[in-house]
Design a protein around this ligand. Structure first.
Ligand SMILES: [Zn+2]
Length: 394
């Protein structure tokens, strides 16, 4: 394995992260880092020597001599792998995390780590064969379950049979021959929003992912907050009703057991069979089963039963979120994930509960919005995760 060049000190690491977030002139970099002009130039020259950055012409004059622009090496490549319960997304990005190629396909997490990770590696290989990268500087991976971030392994993940303590980070790092980092899918989505989405200029925010499961990414001061062991934000298993349905985790009445993708599909089928929705009954007869997308489609056509299902779920998410808002006082809440495609009916319900239940001081300046990044949030976030690692002092 070729050793990827890494910054040698904290100043170089800071400079690389600034360049990742947009090319700048030496003078502009001097404005934001706490270094003397000569020391700054020494560090930048060293980054060029290491092959991590390179000169990029001259900046427009700011009144005196024109300052040289610097950018990350255009040969830098990161891979982002976003493994969901029912899909794999893989992308290759530049050092600035611009997506050069993105592949997405259906997959079943229950096939186990060996099969799913092999498929992910094959997809990276496919992008490689398309000429998007020869060497990779690093790969970030998201998986749909709790992850011990320090060890790079999933820990007792409820919807990932066979993955408990599987060495995901080690396996992918060895297969692709580069540094690897693994985190849960919700945290990487939050990083994607921080880098390229609606949270770009927000330091403290929550990202609520409602997909097959439900989780929350917590960003504090521009960084993911993972808690002591990596389980922070696992809100899908907050109990909303003592007598509620049994959840995949073994407890009962969890938020996720009411309104994850699986719960929504089950509720929709029950509603259709009970004669509560003509459109869902029609769809069930044709397809044999229902999905969250079917509920979204029926609601978009004005089906009252489907709309009531979404409102009901939105109300429960809103109740949990109202408590989180009181506790955390975020500057932004982003709703993302497959079920978030239920759209504005869902958003309106969540907003109404949160705004009603949290204190005015917490909600006075609190946008609650739907993600606009779609499937790219996860892969960009995964690339951001590994870039934060590669661009840190060794
Ligand atoms: Zn649960």
């Amino acid at each position: 394995m070729k050793r990827t060049a890494r910054p040698e000190n904290v100043h170089q690491a800071t400079l690389l992260r600034l360049l990742r977030d947009g090319g700048r002139s030496r003078a502009e970099l001097g404005d934001v880092v706490d270094l003397s002009r000569s020391k700054l130039n020494v560090e930048l020259d060293r980054l060029v020597e290491l092959g991590l950055a390179e000169p990029d012409g001259l900046a427009a004059s700011r009144g005196g001599r024109r300052s040289g622009r610097v950018r990350l090496s255009p040969r830098t490549r990161f891979a982002g792998i976003d493994i969901g319960a029912t899909s794999i997304d893989v992308a290759v990005t530049t050092g600035e995390l611009e997506v050069l190629g993105h592949l997405s396909e259906r997959a079943d997490i229950r096939e186990g780590p060996a099969a799913v990770l092999e498929r992910a590696v094959e997809l990276v290989g496919k992008l490689r064969r398309e000429g998007l990268c020869s060497e990779l500087n690093g790969v970030g991976i998201g998986v749909p379950g709790p992850v011990s971030f320090a060890e790079g392994v999933p820990v007792v993940p409820p919807i990932m049979p066979g993955w408990d303590r599987y060495p995901v980070r080690e396996t992918i790092g060895q297969e692709l021959g580069c540094p690897a980092m693994v985190d849960n899918d919700v945290n990487i989505m939050a990083l994607g929003e921080l880098h390229a989405g609606l949270a770009k200029n927000v330091d403290d925010f929550l990202l609520v992912k409602i997909g097959t499961g439900i989780g929350c990414g917590i960003v504090v001061d521009g960084k993911i907050y993972r808690g002591v062991s990596g389980s922070a934000g696992d809100i899908g298993h907050i109990r909303v009703d003592d007598l509620g349905p049994v959840c995949a985790c073994g407890n009962s009445g969890c938020l996720e057991a009411y309104f994850g993708g699986a719960a929504l599909a089950r509720e929709a089928a029950a509603l259709a069979r009970a004669g509560g929705s003509a459109r869902l009954a029609e769809r069930l007869a044709v397809a044999g089963a229902l999905t969250g997308e079917d509920v979204a489609a029926a609601a978009a056509q004005g089906d009252p039963g489907a709309i009531a299902l979404i409102r009901d779920g939105g109300r429960r998410v809103g109740q949990v979120l109202a408590s989180l808002v009181s506790f955390f006082n975020p500057g932004l809440v982003i709703i993302a994930g497959g079920v978030a495609r239920l759209g504005h009916v869902l958003l309106a319900e969540i907003r109404s509960v949160v705004y009603r239940r949290s204190l005015p001081l917490a909600t006075g300046n609190l946008p609650i919005v739907l993600s606009e990044l779609g499937d790219t949030a996860g892969v960009v976030g995964a690339a951001r995760l590994i870039s934060d690692h590669v661009y840190s002092a060794t």
